[in-house]
Design a protein around this ligand. Structure first.
Ligand code: GUN
Ligand code: ZN
Length: 419
């Protein structure tokens, strides 16, 4: 049992959060037992507190990140499709090498923890071994999938890819149903039969599904050419049975009203990747439509198209991009989309994403700053800075009440943590 004492900011919903200037956070067996004003909590639990100098926030969730692109983030071409061919596919081919994959996985998870990301959904390369390596090396609560790409890609990646439905069972068993996602890379890499086999397997096993949808105009046009019988891009996945409440769709920039309605009807989640959309000049997410059609979404970095794995950076781009188009985004919404919404998208809404009793005590400590400010002004200031500065902002990260990273270095994660 540990009683933490610090300032605390806790998301409630899109419009509101709870800020406590002097909070008590009581953790038992890795789970939050009580949270509130320190004086109130200590009355019921008279323990010597661990004082932390800063503001506690829930750890961040990144619901769309390519861990195998971490080493090549920030390299750009004119558009998504040439960028994939020039920079991404040659890099992912290197993950056939298990030693390289092991080293890179360790770096990736350490970097995520240092930046305050404690959970997420990651895309691996097509190689099943690389997905197993990421699963074994994970630090925090991650769902991972090997991208399936059986067409229109370099021969070595197609050869390495799982051919659905063969091999899916052994992988989902190895990673476990709560940590494995069926991951068709996108419609351009999977003929209709393969998409349907993936959809059937995901439904049968109750697995999460993740893929990309309508990220660039050229991609949408190519999908229309390859799937002439489909109503639109969303219909390609819908016909394959890939759309449901456990589906998280990256980007969703170029959708018709019919497609928005379909996503709503199926209960899908969107991974909104503002920094990636900006970097590849893919387009702007239609926040008005997401709100109007009430399609739920959470934020994501989409590294390596996104230049940084820092969710502080993603929140910054989220606010600035939409505000530049005169769509207001409150700081409360930014925090919610990077924490509790992400946990919900991952199916973890009851056990993670905020620091309320019954949830995992995963949190990050942020510098308080010298000036006396409102929580809104403090949070807005926190989101200022370059990607590098924002990656280094957390003073420490805790998973299940154990410190796993400090501002200046890493602390090995105990193997018994309940993630
Ligand atoms: N669409 C298909 N593959 C990818 C990828 O690796 N990154 C992004 N941003 N979009 C994709
Ligand atoms: Zn992506």
């Amino acid at each position: 049992m540990t009683l933490f004492r610090a300032a605390l900011l806790n998301p409630v919903d899109v419009q509101s959060w709870q800020f406590l200037d002097d909070a008590g956070l009581l953790v038992l067996d890795g789970v939050v037992r009580a949270v509130g004003r320190f004086d109130d909590v200590v009355k019921n639990y008279p323990w010597e507190p661990v004082k932390l100098d800063g503001v506690i926030l829930p750890g961040f969730a990144d619901v769309h990140i390519h861990w195998v692109q971490h080493a090549v983030r920030g390299r750009y071409a004119q558009d998504l499709l040439p960028w994939l061919a020039a920079h991404i596919w040659p890099e992912e081919a290197r993950y056939a090498d298990s030693l390289l994959a092991e080293q890179r996985a360790a770096e990736f998870f350490a970097d995520c923890l240092a930046a305050g990301t404690v959970m997420g959904m990651s895309y691996s390369s097509p190689h099943p071994t690389a997905a197993r390596i990421a699963h074994a090396a994970r630090r925090g609560d991650w769902v991972t999938g090997n991208v399936v790409m059986t067409a229109n890609a370099p021969a070595d990646l197609v050869a390495a890819s799982v051919k659905p439905p063969a091999d899916l069972a052994s992988l989902s068993e190895a990673l476990g149903r709560t940590h494995y996602a069926i991951t068709p890379r996108f419609a351009l890499n999977c003929p209709a039969d393969d998409l349907a086999a993936l959809g059937a397997f995901a439904r049968h096993q109750g697995l999460a599904v993740q893929t990309h949808l309508a990220e660039s105009i050229a991609e949408v046009r190519e999908v229309a050419r390859l799937f002439p019988q489909a109503l639109d891009y969303t219909d390609v996945y819908d016909e394959a049975g890939l759309l449901g409440p456990r589906t998280v769709l990256g980007h969703c920039l170029h959708l018709s009203a019919r497609e928005w309605r379909c996503l709503k009807a199926r209960g899908c989640w969107i991974a909104h990747c503002p920094s990636s959309n900006e970097a590849l000049d893919s387009g702007r997410f239609d926040l008005d439509s997401a709100r109007r059609y009430q399609v739920p979404f959470a934020l994501a970095s989409d590294v390596g198209a996104g230049p940084s794995h820092s969710m502080l950076h993603v929140m910054q781009r989220f606010r600035r991009q939409h505000q530049a188009a005169e769509v207001r985004v409150d700081p409360e919404e930014a925090l919610f989309r990077a924490t509790l919404a992400g946990a919900r998208a991952m199916g973890r809404g009851a056990v993670a994403g905020s620091l309320d009793p019954g949830r995992r005590a995963d949190f990050v400590l942020m510098p308080r700053g010298a000036r006396a400010q409102s929580p809104q002004a403090w949070f807005e200031d926190l989101l200022e800075g370059s990607p590098d500065e924002l990656e280094q902002r957390p003073l420490g990260t805790w998973i299940a009440g154990h410190q796993v990273s400090t501002g200046s270095g890493r602390i090995p994660l105990e193997p018994t943590l309940p993630c």
